[in-house]
Design a protein around this ligand. Structure first.
Ligand SMILES: *Cc1c(COP(=O)(O)O)cnc(C)c1O
Length: 370
């Protein structure tokens, strides 16, 4: 059976009429950039995420960049983050002129290991930037208590964690700021690029609002050196339509993960674990195996597409060699990068497709283990 890694088309077809009507509304209003649809989406998404304010921008990367600037991060500062993430987390720190400082991740949750943070703090440390990887929250109570003790900002990279929860709170509302991406493949995806910063602090929201639109509070009055990081009107309108389905789609991902965990219970693979108190939203359903390449090829041969998130940890990427890290510096991140295999995961994935994946893996395991 053919099982795609993701299928954005099926979802589009299920909401096509609403999406096209929303797009037509924006065209009719000619509010192509920002405008009332974007403003309404900001309020609706912030409220859904448990935060008071939302500022929509043109990507998750821009959200991270502006959140860091709003925390007054710049040259000479250090920001503690993880090397096992998408490169954008590190890149955004670099855009501000600050230095990314990595700490290793937890071998069970794959998120920042709080036990590693304190030894990475220096007099230049200004913020901690945890990533809620694959849709599971990092251990925010531990991270925020270290940050409080040392007077550091906490900015959440929630690009993979729309609707994820930590001890009853939504990701993006726990630290001072949350950064979301609406890249099409994310759990809430635009039909183009998009992002948002969420916060409970009105002053921070105001600051980011000014920065995203050329540092102007009033047209042509530039109080800050700003950017063109504005969200497009059509993306706001489409995201408003899609937000109404996010809860249903999130539950579908969680149900799919449940089916996978049953189908793969005897596979010998390390399966995702939901930490106590967490609501994992399975942006990625990643299994760990030392025989990743072999398993990937066996599944490919059966028409089952898989992915790798991510094959090289950021500290070993050539682009970041100037940070002077080496192989062996973050052993957990390095092992995960060599063992992780992402199985097909999207809300519309059929039970029969999950069974087919389970069966293919069981066949592979029996051959490999005998
Ligand atoms: C996708 C992603 C980003 C960047 O978001 P874009 O919208 O692609 O700029 C940042 N961090 C993480 C963890 C991501 O997965």
């Amino acid at each position: 059976m053919n099982v795609p890694f993701v299928d954005l088309k099926q979802q589009y077809l299920s909401i096509k009429d609403e999406v096209l009507a929303a797009v037509a509304g924006v065209f009719k209003s000619t509010q192509f950039v920002l405008g009332k649809e974007v403003a309404a989406f900001e309020d609706e998404f912030a409220s859904y995420s448990g935060a008071r304010y939302g500022v929509a921008v043109n990507s998750g990367t821009s959200a991270l960049h502006l959140a860091l600037l709003a925390a007054d991060i710049g040259p000479g500062a250090e920001v503690i983050t993880v090397p096992f993430t998408f490169v954008a987390t590190t890149a955004a720190i670099g855009y501000t002129g600050a230095k990314p400082v990595f700490v290793d991740v937890d071998p069970e949750t794959y998120c920042m290991d709080p036990a590693r943070i304190e030894q990475a703090i220096t007099p230049r440390t200004k913020a901690i930037l945890p990533v809620h990887l694959y849709g599971q929250a990092a251990d925010m109570d531990a991270i925020c208590s270290i940050a409080r003790r040392h007077g550091l900002h906490v900015i959440e990279d929630a690009a993979q964690a729309h609707a994820a929860e930590y001890r009853g709170r939504r990701c993006g509302s726990i630290g001072e700021m949350g950064c979301f991406s609406f890249y099409p493949g994310k759990n809430l995806g635009a039909y183009g690029e998009g992002g948002m910063v969420t916060t409970n602090d009105p002053e921070v929201a105001r600051h980011i609002r000014i920065l995203r639109d050329w540092g102007a509070e009033k047209k042509y009055h530039h109080v800050l050196k700003g950017f063109n990081y504005r969200m497009e009107g059509v993306q706001g309108a489409i995201l408003r339509v899609k937000l109404r389905y996010l809860e249903k789609w999130t539950e579908a991902r969680r149900a799919n993960a449940e089916l996978y965990s049953l189908a793969l219970a005897d596979s010998g693979l390390q399966l995702p674990k939901q930490a106590p108190g967490n609501r994992h939203v399975y942006h990625v359903y990643g299994v760990m195996t030392p025989q990743r390449r072999e398993l990937m090829e066996a599944l490919e041969a059966q028409g089952i597409q898989t992915g790798i998130h991510y094959p090289i940890p950021v500290h070993l990427q050539p682009a970041y060699s100037d940070l002077n890290y080496q192989a062996g510096d973050f052993p957990v991140a390095e092992r995960l990068a060599s063992e992780e295999l992402s199985l097909p995961m999207f809300p519309e994935l059929a039970e029969s497709q999950i069974e087919a994946v389970g069966k293919a893996i069981a066949e592979y395991s029996s051959v490999y283990q005998s």
